[in-house]
Design a protein around this ligand. Structure first.
Ligand code: ARG
Length: 287
């Protein structure tokens, strides 16, 4: 059961390389086929020419390095797929709108700009609500909550058991994330900000950073599936522990639709079921 994510890590790295090579606005064709709404005929037109909510496709931006929220797996047909509970939520919103989902996998730090410029209709990516983000885009109601975690090499688990113990250390975080802000607040910390969490995990494994600050459920998933990592007792504190969906500023109809679907899912306890299923999928991933 060791290093189950060897293959996945390679896939993620390849995706990152491909995205970097092609520019972040390009569609990831693997991602486009990942929606499990069945039709499989996601739009191939550039999203920028799509009028957004008016077509048959709901374009959802996410950074698919974030199990159990959104991550790559090798599907039963051998093809790369993006799955996770954010993907399930995206499919439910699309279903309520009679649309199919097209996923665009990109760097987390690009997502809100893509939304503002209309190249994606929604951002569903483990997005935490902040004041700055609420100024840039509209944010849905909270659909899930989780805490933050500090991930280190297993041998360092006790050494970094408090936030103070991270002072002056090399810390890996995702570019543009709230974790980056947390790390900036640690005295003397040397930040390594990277586009994809899989890259941060590589840096941690190779000892180029001492610790990484990652969402609790995501940290759990990486620690379970990548050998030699552990979560410490240190508890990073953030402004808000909830997750929301981003909609282009002023797109009230879509925002209302998103909130209506979230209400429906919450009432039927479906989000918890999606989380359980996503965790199982992440754990099942084999080399
Ligand atoms: N919750 C954090 C934030 O909103 C990190 C989210 C990262 N999401 C991802 N799919 N990598 O800043």
């Amino acid at each position: 059961m060791k290093k189950k994510w060897g293959f996945l890590t390679v896939c993620l790295l390849l995706t990152t390389v491909v995205l970097a090579a092609c520019g972040q606005n390009n569609n990831n064709s693997g991602a486009a086929s990942s929606a499990d709404t069945g039709s499989g005929n996601a739009s191939t037109a550039p999203a920028s020419t799509d009028t957004g909510a008016s077509g048959g496709t709901l374009i959802v931006g996410m950074s698919a390095d974030f199990p159990p929220y959104e991550f790559h797996i090798k599907g039963s047909d051998g093809n790369d797929q993006i799955v996770g509970f954010d993907v399930d939520i995206a499919n439910e919103i699309a279903k309520d709108m009679n649309k199919t989902v097209e996923i665009k996998d990109m760097q987390f730090s690009s997502l809100l700009n893509e939304l503002s410029s209309g190249r994606v209709d929604l951002v569903i990516s483990g997005l935490s609500p902040t004041k700055e983000r609420a100024e840039q885009v509209d944010l849905s109601n909270v659909y899930y909550k989780a805490e933050q975690a500090v991930v280190v090499q297993s041998d360092d688990k006790d050494k970094y058991a408090t936030m103070e113990s991270l002072e002056g250390k090399a810390i890996g975080v995702q570019t543009g994330s709230i974790q980056e802000e947390v790390a900036k607040g640690i005295k003397g910390a040397k930040l390594t900000s990277l586009g994809k969490i899989s890259d941060i995990v590589m840096q941690l494994k190779s000892g180029r950073v001492d610790a990484a600050i990652i969402e609790g459920p995501v940290a759990d998933s990486y620690v379970k599936n990548v050998q030699g990592l552990a979560i410490t007792a240190a508890k990073p504190v953030t402004e808000d522990d909830g997750y929301v969906i981003g909609v282009k500023k002023g797109n009230t109809d879509l925002l209302n639709q998103v909130n209506a679907t979230l209400d429906r899912l919450q009432q039927a306890n479906m989000i918890d079921q999606f989380v359980t299923k996503a965790n199982e999928l992440a754990d099942q991933q084999s080399q």
